[in-house]
Design a protein around this ligand. Structure first.
Ligand code: PGA
Length: 242
């Protein structure tokens, strides 16, 4: 399975900052053995679509609404992302779950809307620090998967322990490997052979110096990268490790 290295720009970058970053990514993407994806904020989607056209780098959104259109001020529908050139969309990121109180049911509805619009959803799951300390990480993630994934799921998963995002702290190699195996067994248990084909990304403080070892762990099918995706040298170094 080819690895997917996805950059989540979050609420960062203006046009003047995005343009040179995209140009450097395009220049450095040739010959990579992984799939590369960038997820800019909505204001930069059109700019990014133009900059990436003709490159192997795919474009994604950071969130979508569950409805295809309508009276939802400030929200963005999945068909709009598709129309802007996106092929992927992140749904259920822990920052959306926390900042906007998104529930697993909301995330499931968004993943369904994404698929209906022809997008590949990247569904994020992950435990808090207190849940891990209490020995509940696998059960929390299992429940998130049960409730956040639509039937017939065709997308990717990003396992992102909430306490590892933007903190520079990551779980041990054993903890990551064991969680990814757990996620794989839930996927095959529910979706059969289709569940074996789902890419399971790791996210949370992925950097050039830890990417190689993380990406070699069993069932780690790529990375969802926040901070380090805002710098072309770092992001490409992570991609080369994949
Ligand atoms: P980080 O963010 O790489 O800055 O920890 C990852 C994410 O939130 O997707």
């Amino acid at each position: 399975m080819r690895r997917l290295i996805a950059g989540n720009w979050k609420m960062n970058l203006l046009r003047a900052e995005a343009e040179p970053l995209l140009a450097s990514l395009c220049a450095g993407a040739a010959g990579l053995e992984c799939d590369l994806l960038v997820c800019p904020p909505a204001t930069l989607l059109s700019l990014a679509a133009m900059a990436l056209s003709g490159s192997p780098i795919a474009l994604g959104g950071q969130d979508c609404h569950a409805a295809a259109r309508g009276a939802h001020t400030g929200d963005i529908a999945a068909p709009m992302l598709r129309d802007a050139g996106a092929r992927y969309v992140i749904v259920g990121h822990s920052e959306r779950r926390a900042d906007h109180r998104e529930t697993d049911a909301d995330v499931r509805a968004k993943a369904e809307a994404a698929v209906a619009a022809g997008l590949v959803p990247i569904v994020c799951v992950g435990e808090s620090e207190s849940e891990r300390m209490a020995g509940r990480a696998e059960s929390v993630v299992g429940r998130q998967l049960d409730l956040s994934l639509p039937d017939g799921f065709a997308g990717a998963i990003a396992y992102e322990p909430v306490w590892a995002i933007g903190t520079g702290r990551i779980p041990s190699a054993e903890e990551i490997a064991s969680m990814h195996l757990h996620i794989r067994s839930r996927l095959t248990g529910r979706f059969g052979a289709a569940g074996a084909a789902v890419r399971i990304l790791y996210g949370g403080s992925v950097k050039p110096d830890n990417a190689g070892s993380l990406l070699r762990l069993p069932e780690v099918g790529g990375a969802l990268v926040g901070g380090a995706s805002l710098d072309a040298v770092s992001f490409l170094a992570i991609a080369r490790a994949g």
